[in-house]
Design a protein. Structure first.
Length: 49
């Protein structure tokens, strides 16, 4: 099951995309974090949204 990078939520729809900066790390975000624009953090130092 996909797990949201921001909140750790494993339920609901989670979209996956590569980090815009390093393009290596797969980021996963749930609907909730996406609609609330909750920030996420990549190990490379990138912080979204
Ligand atoms: Zn989330
Ligand atoms: Zn990155």
């Amino acid at each position: 099951m996909a797990k949201c990078t921001s909140c750790g939520n494993e339920s609901g729809e989670v979209i996956k995309f590569n980090c815009p900066r390093c393009n290596k790390k797969l980021m996963q975000r749930c609907d909730k974090c996406r609609s609330l624009s909750i920030e996420y953090k990549c190990p490379c130092g990138f912080e979204g949204p």
